[in-house]
Write a protein that binds this ligand. Structure first.
Ligand SMILES: O=C(O)[C@H](O)[C@@H](O)[C@H](O)[C@H](O)COP(=O)(O)O
Length: 267
């Protein structure tokens, strides 16, 4: 299958910020996402010898686990993978995002165990967030706030992303890079999450959202609406790229201009 190439944006595109890219279905989106990950990895490895990737749960787990190992010559030996958010459950619990990636993806690629930054689920949620923030800072010793090369995010039907939920006080966090949450509206209730100050420093942020159930919230997030901005709309990298990779059912209500690599020659 031909894979749409997501190139670095031109200057004009970068100035206009976000790129909304619509694929006929998740079947076309998946390979394009994998290509984007590989291209940003190549760039990061050339620039600074390591590729740092922030992962999220939801449908990204199966999509990445299918598409990344299918890439020819993928070398993950210098990757650092972390989690944009994580549920405070044991790794062998079906709700553990790390547990899912370990079984479905990490077992199929050559990322070293030391290249995966995990939470310590034996701690209290408060201590777990502090411990994970410390691990992140140690992994990025040159930076006050870790700057990931690429963060992959999903969005819930309520507009949440990471474990940053609508109207939650964590949306206003400015000091912590990782915060605990013990009243998550979506179970399990205890989680740790990257905060906006860290998310918005990433070099590239990619949302993946598919399916018709996401159409109303996507319209609100991408085109605006009444009331305060939903969490996903508050992801605006200060210096980095922002992609929204969506499928036609999710894009059904949008009126803004989008890119459609299926009908255009190249992105
Ligand atoms: O921690 C969680 O509860 C999930 O990871 C959740 O935040 C998910 O990422 C979004 O709901 C998007 O899910 P989809 O990718 O399935 O749309």
């Amino acid at each position: 299958m031909r894979v749409a190439k997501l190139r670095s944006p031109t200057k004009k595109r970068r100035m206009s910020g976000r790129r909304v890219v619509v694929f006929p279905s998740a079947a076309e989106l998946g390979p394009a996402l994998a290509h984007l990950v590989a291209s940003r990895a190549d760039k990061a490895l050339l620039d600074h010898g390591r590729f740092s990737l922030g992962l999220s749960g939801g449908s990204l787990v199966s999509m990445l686990s299918k598409e990344l190992p299918a890439l020819p010559d993928l070398d993950c030996s210098h990757w650092l993978a972390g989690f944009c958010d994580e549920r405070l459950v044991p790794f062998n619990d079906g709700e553990s995002t790390y547990g899912l990636y370990k079984n479905q993806l990490f077992s199929k690629i050559n990322i070293p165990d030391s290249g995966v930054l995990v939470i310590d689920p034996s701690l209290s949620v408060q201590e777990c967030a502090e411990d994970y923030a410390r691990k992140l800072k140690e992994a990025f010793p040159k930076e006050d706030i870790p700057v990931f090369d690429l963060l992959l995010l999903g969005m819930g039907p309520d507009g949440h992303t990471c474990s940053l939920f609508p109207d939650h006080p964590l949306l206003e966090e400015t000091q912590k890079i990782v915060a605990p949450i013990d009243d998550s509206p979506k179970p399990p209730p205890q989680r740790v999450t990257m905060t906006f100050p860290m998310v918005n420093l990433a070099r590239c942020v990619v949302f993946v959202s598919t399916g018709g159930s996401k159409a109303p919230v996507l319209k609100q997030v991408l085109e605006g609406g009444e009331g305060p901005a939903l969490p996903a709309a508050r992801v605006v990298p200060s210096h980095g790229e922002l992609f929204w990779l969506i499928d036609e059912p999710a894009a059904a209500s949008l009126t803004l201009q989008v890119e459609r690599p299926g009908s255009a020659a190249k992105l």
